[in-house]
Design a protein around this ligand. Structure first.
Ligand SMILES: Nc1ncnc2c1ncn2[C@@H]1O[C@H](COP(=O)(O)OP(=O)(O)OP(=O)(O)O)[C@@H](O)[C@H]1O
Length: 948
């Protein structure tokens, strides 16, 4: 019976409570307003007092920070001393000053301020008449510059002026970052709307309700954006007006503010009104004086001041969010190498939003989604190199070299990957790579793919993960190609495209992944582009040119809009779903920053770790397209040096006949019984190949080095001798060496160096002379050995140690020179002996090596028709056409430097395969001095000797 009364009572109570809450809210609000008003009074009071009472200097002080940005006009020199560091985020913006002409000490003024950051208001400057319009446009520009000064490195601009085609914004040049117009107001506003949506989605939530509340350390990666509309609504079509109202209503929360110059003389399209702006602060510039004070509206600052301020803005250091490698990507050392690459390799590379992590990965993820390959588009200066470093170091910390190996290929001008020569994960590091060389790496990986498929087949499995699941060891391979478009240069046969396609389609299943990078996605001359990109699941884009973004088909519309927001180094859009345009598929964020010193230190620590753990992964193949190679970078030589103390002739035979990809020498015709000796001359123009020389106990197995490039010829000869020491059969060899190169030259020490640092310490018997008159004795000595060996029974001959007679510049030896008589030239006495050695020595293990500048010098000691054919191995540097023909029966050796002087190239004719090999010879001009290299060769042997 009582219940209806009770219910009514309860309802009334609830109503009372609501009213009470409202009352309290209103009181709080009123208190805030009162406090605000009091503060304003206080400020104005101080300001007035200063102006009335103070001397000039006190007035000047008043005009300083923090009053400066808030209140100072452009005139009067107040801005001359302005520095960006003093700028603070302010909630008021000056539009002019209220002036009082009645003041006793002459006219004074009080700045008129309008709401700004944090007030979430759109500013509308309303004008009438032509004079008013001009005034409004001046003020609009003044506001543009003011916002830039209040927010150094944090402001960007969208300038709308459809009626004047941009002429309203003469201040444009002084603004730090103006978003390029798309030529259509509606489209420009579309982009702003996308950004509003992105910022809201990325940064705002129940706690952080407005962009300026985002912590500054996060916000520095973004910018405030000011949409300045001139002469609105003149020539703004209906959709543009709607767009602007929408931006005005939704933008401020996302740090996107509209400042509209409203020309009230022009009518808005029907049904549209600025009343639809929900939070506009409208100021009528032509209205009557406020509280009796007329308003003097600010004009655009003078050009000179604009320039000065812009310069200071540009020079100011940008604040940086702490997205350091250590915090975002790096792992503590005890957590290194815990990752297994069985299913995938992955690493964070940076962050997005407030605390999201951007991940790059290859393989198959936990959802069973594949990511075979990656692509990066980035213009110069966008932060591409830094991204490589973060990615490489991030992966190298997570996976041991047994889990992951890297192939790093720089473009023609690139040396970005240089520091990774020492990284234990590096399989190939190629700097300044020619297109030909880069293509050879693709080929190399295809061979590796075949090899892996054979391994899988042998174990009855289909792919990498299944093979690894059997407990087998096999690393994933990641190929990074910078400037990948160069692959297609001069590739008439389409080899690069074909290789790339095969790797793209079949690489993942064998654990081979690629990350290719360029300024833009597509490449001229590339075939099967869509088939290749169909397998590129990880798509990344940093700052790119407008035209390149427009041309992108690898991202959808939303992705492309995000890419347009990449406006400073390190900003990136990452999509690991083949460019899918769905919600959240493309993420805009920033790559962590890895400083060079930190990176180099990390490489050192990773390398030390590999050594400590005794990891035996072969050393990286290093190739520098422009430099001469280092002997010590030759992995074949290194691995043989490492085992020379324990190696037998039979062991070497097995190793020599094994395929190169299996760590052998790939010399199928190696028979220990022939006592072959291997050595090296340089590096081929591909990452694997090393120009080798094999001397066997067969007729005419002698060598001749020929060419005017003395550093290369001497370096090659010295390296050839050093390389011989890896042969077990050469451990007790005799070397008779006459070095008649000009003393004091930069290359003249090469042979002396190899003798003292490598040959003698390795136990070889060396006789070295620099005197021409000693040469006949050396030749006699060799001939005496020849006679001795000839006298031995055939079976005993094989056991004789090898002997090398090495003559550098033999034409300098008078006794060797051929003698002219009435009937022509004849061999000298010593020359005759030399010819016998050439004819009969090699079968008995006596090999002659001659080194001369040209064929003329050779002819001085040897008869071209009878002597020359006795030398089988001919190695030429660039020579004349005649010399080339005389030595190779082709013009090849005259065309070695057709593309320039560097790198120095050489040609070797392999008599076994009847093939020509073009290669880069070792030289005294290499990056690491030869002396240094010889010390390392010695050390490599010595280190092993101790361990053995
Ligand atoms: N993630 C990042 N965070 C902050 N600053 C960065 C970032 N990445 C790059 N930078 C800055 O940009 C500069 C250029 O970066 P980087 O050398 O990586 O660019 P790049 O695209 O490789 O340029 P280039 O093609 O000219 O070599 C760097 O010196 C650095 O100051």
């Amino acid at each position: 019976m009582w219940s209806p009364w009770q219910r009514q009572q309860e309802a009334l109570r609830a109503q009372l409570a609501t009213l009470e809450t409202q009352k309290q809210q209103k009181q709080t609000h009123a208190a805030t307003l009162l406090a605000y008003g009091q503060r304003q009074v206080e400020l104005s009071h101080k300001h007035y007092q200063g102006l009335f009472n103070a001397s000039d200097s006190a007035a000047a002080r008043l005009a300083q920070v923090p009053y400066l940005t808030l209140g100072a006009g452009w005139q009067g020199g107040a801005w001359d001393a302005w520095q960006p560091e003093t700028a603070t985020l302010e909630s008021r913006l000056r539009i002019g000053a209220l002036q009082d002409a009645r003041a006793p000490q002459g006219p004074f003024s009080v700045p008129l301020l309008v709401p700004f950051i944090g007030e979430n208001q759109t500013i509308v400057l309303r004008t009438r008449g032509e004079e008013g319009r001009v005034q409004g446009l001046e003020l609009l520009q003044s506001l543009a510059l003011r916002t830039a000064l209040l927010l150094p490195h944090q402001a960007s601009y969208v300038l709308l002026d459809p009626a004047g085609n941009g002429v309203a914004f003469l201040v444009r040049k002084a603004l730090p970052r103006v978003v390029e117009s798309q030529g259509d107001v509606r489209r420009d506003l579309d982009l702003v709307e996308r950004n509003i949506q992105r910022v809201i989605e990325t940064y705002l939530d129940a706690e952080v309700r407005s962009f300026e509340q985002v912590p500054e350390s996060t916000r520095v990666n973004e910018r405030f954006e000011f949409v300045l509309a001139a002469d609105f609504p003149n020539q703004y079509d209906r959709r543009a007006v709607e767009g602007l109202i929408k931006v005005g209503n939704t933008g401020p929360r996302a740090g996107r503010y509209a400042i509209i110059h409203h020309n009230a003389d022009v009518e808005l399209p029907r049904d549209l009104s600025l009343e639809q702006l929900e939070n506009a602060f409208v100021i009528d510039l032509g209205s009557s004086p406020r509280q009796g004070f007329p308003l003097a509206v600010d004009c655009t600052p003078p050009a000179a001041l604009q320039q000065t301020l812009k310069k200071r803005l540009d020079e100011a250091k940008a604040p940086e969010r702490d997205l350091s490698f250590t915090t975002k990507v790096g792992l503590p050392e005890q957590a290194w190498w815990n990752g297994s690459s069985e299913r995938l390799i992955e690493t964070p590379i940076g962050g997005y939003g407030t605390d999201g992590s951007l991940e790059a990965w290859f393989g198959v993820n936990r959802d069973g989604r594949p990511c075979a390959h990656g692509m990066l588009g980035a213009m110069t200066g966008a932060g591409k190199s830094n991204l490589y470093h973060v990615l490489i170091c991030g992966l190298a910390q997570r996976y041991s070299p047994d889990e992951l190996r890297l192939y790093l290929i720089d473009g023609k001008d690139g040396v970005e990957f240089q520091p990774y020569q020492a990284l234990p994960h590096a399989a190939v590091v190629s700097l300044r790579s020619s297109p030909e060389l880069s293509r050879s790496v693709l080929k190399d990986l295809l061979n590796e793919k075949e090899r892996r498929n054979r391994l899988f087949k042998a174990r009855g499995v289909q792919d990498f993960s299944a093979y690894r699941a059997l407990g087998e060891a096999l690393p994933r391979l990641l190929l990074l190609v910078d400037e990948y478009q160069e692959l297609f240069e001069g590739d008439a046969e389409g080899e690069a495209s074909a290789h790339l396609l095969q790797l793209a389609q079949q690489g993942r299943s064998v654990g081979i992944h690629m990350l290719i990078a360029s300024q833009r996605y597509g490449a001229t001359g590339m075939l099967h582009q869509s088939a290749v990109f169909g397998n590129v699941h990880l798509r990344m884009a940093m700052q790119m040119s407008r035209a390149d973004v427009d041309a992108l088909t690898e991202f959808g519309r939303r992705g492309k809009l995000l890419i347009q927001t990449c406006d400073m180094p390190g900003k990136i859009v990452l999509n690991d779903r083949s460019g899918d345009d769905g919600d959240g598929a493309s993420r805009a964020g920033k790559v962590s920053r890895l400083q060079a010193a930190e990176r180099d230190d990390m490489i050192r620590r990773l390398s030390a770790r590999a050594q400590q753990r005794g990891l035996t992964a072969p050393r990286a193949v290093v190739f520098d397209g422009q430099a001469q190679p280092n002997l010590t970078d030759n992995p074949q030589l290194r691995s043989l040096l490492a085992s020379v103390q324990t190696m037998t002739s039979e062991g070497l035979e097995a190793l020599a006949r094994r395929a190169e990809v299996e760590g052998g020498l790939g010399l199928e015709s190696w028979f220990a019984a022939e006592q072959p000796l291997v050595t090296w001359l340089g590096q081929e123009f591909n990452v694997r190949g090393h120009a080798r020389l094999v001397l066997r106990r067969r007729p005419h197995e002698h060598a001749m080095l020929l060419g005017r490039n003395n550093p290369a010829r001497s370096g090659m000869l010295a390296a050839l001798l050093a390389g011989l020491t890896v042969n077990p059969a050469a451990q007790n060899a005799t070397v008779l060496l006459a070095d008649l190169s000009l003393p004091g030259t930069q290359w003249s020490g090469a042979l002396g160096g190899v003798v003292s640092t490598v040959l003698r310490p390795a136990g070889l018997q060396v006789t070295l002379t620099r005197e021409a008159e000693d040469v006949p004795r050396l030749v006699q000595c060799a001939l005496a050995v020849l006679e001795e060996r000839r006298a031995l029974p055939k079976e005993a001959r094989g056991a004789q140690e090898p002997m090398f007679l090495v003559l550098n510049e033999p034409h300098e030896v008078e006794e060797l020179r051929r003698v002219q008589d009435l009937y022509g030239a004849n061999d000298s006495e010593t020359g005759t002996m030399l010819r016998r050695l050439l004819a009969e020595g090699a079968q008995l293990g006596i090999h002659v090596v001659l080194s001369v500048p040209g064929v003329a010098q050779l002819r001085a000691v040897l008869d071209e028709r009878q002597g020359l054919p006795l030398i089988k191995h001919r190695i030429c540097l660039q020579v004349s056409e005649d010399d080339s023909y005389a030595l190779t029966r082709t013009r090849r050796a005259a065309r070695l430097q057709l593309h320039g002087d560097t790198p120095v190239a050489a040609l070797y004719h392999d008599p076994e395969a009847d093939a020509f090999t073009r290669f880069k010879p070792y030289s005294t001009d290499s990056a690491t001095s030869l002396d240094q290299q010889f010390l390392e060769v010695n050390h490599l042997r010595g280190a092993q000797a101790v361990g053995a």
